[in-house]
Structure formats: C-alpha cells, structure tokens
Design a binder for this molecule. Structure first.
Ligand code: NAD
Length: 481
C-alpha cells in the first residue's frame, strides 16, 4: 500500500487528527493507497497558509510574466510525468490507461495557455464624463481560491481551475474527490519542484461533507471552483450565497445526441458510441440520450448494436480494452439501480443491462454497456443523470419534435447534432439549450474553448480566454488632476 500525505504551506503533513482512509482500485476492488482524512482543522491550516502566501511579497510582488514562466515550467514537468500520472489515475478511477495518458499529455496545454495570458490582462482608460479626472481600471486577483473536483478526470478538471487561478495571481487549495486523491497529491510533488512560493498551491484531502464543506464555509476563501454533481453544486451555491463567495459550477448533464436521416451513418454510430461508452459513461458530457429520426431508427440501431457488441471489456491498463469498470462501488450500485428503474418503466433492454458474467473480471466494478430502446423522454432514465454506460434511445419524427425533446431536460451541458444539412445545424445550434453544441462530432474539448452549462448544468464557464476573468475582480481608480 502506498501512503500519502497532504501538501500544505509547501510541506507534507498528515491530517491533524491523524485519520486516514483507503483508496480502492476499481478493477480489483482492492485498496491500494492510504490517504489523509482531513477535517476542519486541516482546512483552516491550508486557508491560513494560502492567505499568508496571497499577502506575501514573494507572490504579490512577482511580475505576471514571471508567474507565466512558473506555469510553463509546471506544464513541462506534467508533460514529463504524464505516463506516471496517468497510471496513478487509472489505479484510482479505473478509466482506460489509453484515455488517461492522452488526457494527461494534453493537460500541460492549460498551463501554457494561461501562462501566455498572465501578462496580457489589461485594464482600460475610461473617458469619464467629469472634468479634470483620470479614470482607469485594473484587474486584481480574488485571493484564496478552492478547487473541488470530481473523480472522473481528476487532473484535467483541476487544470481547468488551477491554471487560470494562478495566472491571475490567486493562491489555491485543491480538494480532490475522496475516491481519486492520489494523482492530485502526485501533482503536488511536481509543483513542489517548480519554485512557487510556499502556500501558493496546497492540497487537502478527505471527504466532501467534512474537509470539503469546511473549505466552502471558510470566510477567508474568496472563490470556489467546483466540478461535481448537481446535488453538491446546489449545496455549495447556498453556502456561497450566504458567505458571498464567487463560484464556478460545472455540474451534470443528460446530453442529447440527435441523429437525422441524412446523417453520415458510420460517423454518427462511432460518435454516439464514444459519446456514451467512453469512460464507462462517466463523463459530464456523456451523450446519454440518443434521439434518432424514425425513418432510419431500425437501420441505425442495427449498426449501433453491431458495433457496441464488439466492445472489449477488461483491465483498464490493457491498451486493447475499450470498456473498463466504473469508478466506485457506490457508482456501480447506482448504475445498476437505474437499469432496474428503466426496466420498471418499460424500456426495452437492447443490450447489456447487467454486470458481465465473466469470472476473469473478478471483483471489478463492471457494468455491461447498456442500450435501452422504447424510451420516452418523460421517463426517469431519460431525465436523470446515470453517470454510467447506459444509453436511452428515443425516436422522433420531425425536427421540431427533436428540438423539443432535446430541450426538455433540467440539464443543458452539451448536445450533438448529426446531419449533412448545414441549415439544420445552424437552426439547432441556435435553439438547443446547452453550453456546447457539437455537429458531426462529439466529446471534443480544448483549453481554448469555453465549457459549461445552461440550466442545472452549472454556473460560469471554464476554459478559454474569458475564464481567467472568473478569477479576477475589477478595480476602478479615479484621480483628480
Ligand atoms: P460529487 O458532487 O459527489 O463530488 C464532487 C466533489 O465534491 C468531491 O471532491 C467531493 O468530495 C466534494 N463534495 C461533496 N460534498 C461536498 C460538500 N458538502 N462540500 C464541499 N465539497 C463536497 O460528484 P462526483 O460523484 O464526484 O462526480 C460526478 C458528477 O460530476 C456528475 O454529476 C458529473 O456530471 C459531474 N461532472 C461534471 C463535469 C463538468 O465539467 N460539468 C465534469 C466531470 C464531472
């Protein structure tokens, strides 16, 4: 078993109460790492360190250009360590090594991109309507920012927050999911080599309702950037309202993938499959509702099922595997529970719908890729986020009907449109209530492109140039001349 410590104020430390918990490998169900179980005292320790760092000359006196240099160095070190970090993530979240390695090799781009922006944050001179007055603005950092992340892509989700926060001159406390803390602690070992002043970056581990809640409540925390469930997002939003914190919330989804009769079918089949079965369906942007035009419904499903049935389920470290386990035992129960709900609602199981009957998969938390036909959009399986490899197929007859089904959701994170008709793409991209629209592609993300939700899928946007302003505040200065 590997034993980890938290990283606070540039030093390694156990939880103040010396408590720990175990991180388990989803492929075997066996514990593999011991993680400190932080509590309020540890949250207080980290916030005090981050506040001190925020006020120190070492950090506030550093030029934005030099902050950028440090971020670039961090990006380089992450690139050098991408494979080891990916292996750590796979041990914790059971996602495919191929996917995590690809992701980790991409993560440095967030640090390079925001490093480049750090010294391009410019205020403006306002031609104010008062005589003899000089008025200009400047952007200043917020202070201590807390980044709370989900377990599906720990370091990618952290990069969305950490890179702009540090580029803007804030200090930062990371609180990874209790199911996947190890890679964030490994990242701290890397940050330790970069030369940031101590206390600028800290990692506190433990349970959400304990140390997570303490961080969110803390009066010296200026901002919480959160990725996780709608339920926790709501809680954080309530506390933030009461304590006047800024928040960014990246929450769940129930994204529609809309396939028209004139779509390029093989392309659409591939997109729909990777949209729902990649990461065993554990992505916020999962295309978990397939809306398919009636006239091609049967032909499309034939192709879809044929390809989905070839999916190789197995060891996530094996580069031939296409579907790994789900990340936690609770998630396994939740997914199986939703499968029962769908069956109870009268959906037809077209494939999967159970744990694989394969002794060689041992105690791993596997669910077979599952496709339900005959789903109506008012069923729970079409409305609630499963966060697992479960696809609901809903037929439609007209573009208007497709649009109304697609938008009939409390979520609005993403949507896919598959058609060769550019007018349809334009029509849908203007009317779909979702933060990201993909046409003839799916699941493409970039550090340059805003990501975030309409409706209950979140608040604010991560990534892209504007995201840095979510870590800055504007000051207006007036001088009588
Ligand atoms: P979760 O809400 O259970 O936990 C997320 C994080 O919040 C964890 O670090 C947890 O410890 C912490 N937390 C829990 N309760 C807390 C509290 N009271 N105060 C402070 N922190 C608390 O979510 P999860 O199960 O880890 O992740 C799955 C969810 O994340 C899904 O809904 C998924 O759609 C969403 N997600 C969204 C995006 C996006 O970009 N929109 C990306 C990935 C995942």
């Amino acid at each position: 078993m590997k034993t980890y410590q938290m990283y606070i104020d540039g030093a390694w430390t156990d939880a103040a109460g010396k408590e720990t918990f175990e991180s388990k490998n989803p492929y075997t169900g066996a514990p593999w790492a011991v993680i400190p179980r932080g509590q309020q005292e540890d949250a207080d320790h980290a916030v005090a360190a981050a506040i001190r760092a925020f006020r120190s000359d070492d950090w506030t006196g550093m030029t934005a250009t030099n902050r950028g240099h440090l971020l670039r160095k961090l990006g380089d070190l992450i690139a050098d360590n991408a494979e080891a970090l990916a292996r750590t993530e796979v041990q914790d979240n059971g996602k495919l090594f191929n996917e995590m390695f690809f992701q980790l090799k991409y993560v440095p781009e967030w640090f390079y991109y925001y490093a480049g922006l750090a010294d391009k944050i410019e205020g403006s001179v306002i031609p104010i309507d008062k005589p003899d007055m000089l008025n200009f603005t400047r952007y200043e950092p917020l202070g201590v920012c807390v980044g709370i992340t989900a377990w599906n892509s720990p370091l990618l989700l952290l990069a969305y927050k950490l890179a702009p926060a540090l580029a803007a001159g804030n200090t930062f406390i990371a609180k990874p999911s209790e199911f996947t803390s190890a890679s964030t602690l490994e990242l701290a070992k890397i940050v330790d080599q970069v030369g940031l002043p101590k206390g600028v970056f800290n990692v506190v581990t433990g349970f959400g309702a304990e140390v997570g809640a303490s961080l969110v409540e803390h009066e010296d925390v200026a901002k919480v950037a959160f990725t996780g469930s709608e339920k926790t997002g709501r809680l954080i939003s309530e506390v933030a309202a009461r304590t006047f914190k800024k928040v960014t919330l990246e929450l769940g989804g129930k994204s529609p993938n809309i396939v028209f009769a004139d779509a390029e079918m093989d392309n659409a089949v591939n997109g729909v499959i990777s949209g729902i079965f990649a990461a065993s369906g554990q992505t916020c942007i999962a295309g978990s509702r397939l809306l398919v035009e009636h006239s091609v419904h049967d032909a499309f499903l034939d192709k879809l099922l044929k390809l989905a049935r070839t999916a190789r389920i197995g060891d996530p470290m094996d580069t031939d595997t296409q579907v790994g386990p789900v990340t936690t035992e609770q998630q396994l129960e939740k997914v199986l529970g939703y499968i029962d709900v769908a069956k109870g609602e009268g959906a037809e199981t077209l494939m999967g719908g159970r744990r694989p009957d394969r002794p060689e998969l041992g105690n791993g938390w596997f669910v077979e890729p599952t496709i339900f036909g005959g789903v109506r959009n008012d069923m729970r399986i079409a409305q609630e986020e499963v966060f697992g490899p479960v696809l609901s197929v809903i037929p439609f007859d007209s573009a208007d009907e497709a649009l109304s089904i697609a938008n009939d959701s409390s979520y609005g994170l993403a949507a896919g449109v598959w058609t060769q008709d550019i007018r349809k793409i334009k029509h849908f991209s203007e009317r779909l209530q979702a933060g990201t629209i993909w046409a003839n592609t799916y699941r493409v993300i970039s550090y340059m492109t805003p990501l975030g939700g309409y409706k209950n899928s979140g608040l604010g946007r991560e990534n892209g140039q504007n995201a840095i302003y979510q870590y800055l505040q504007t000051k207006s200065i007036m001088i009588s001349t």
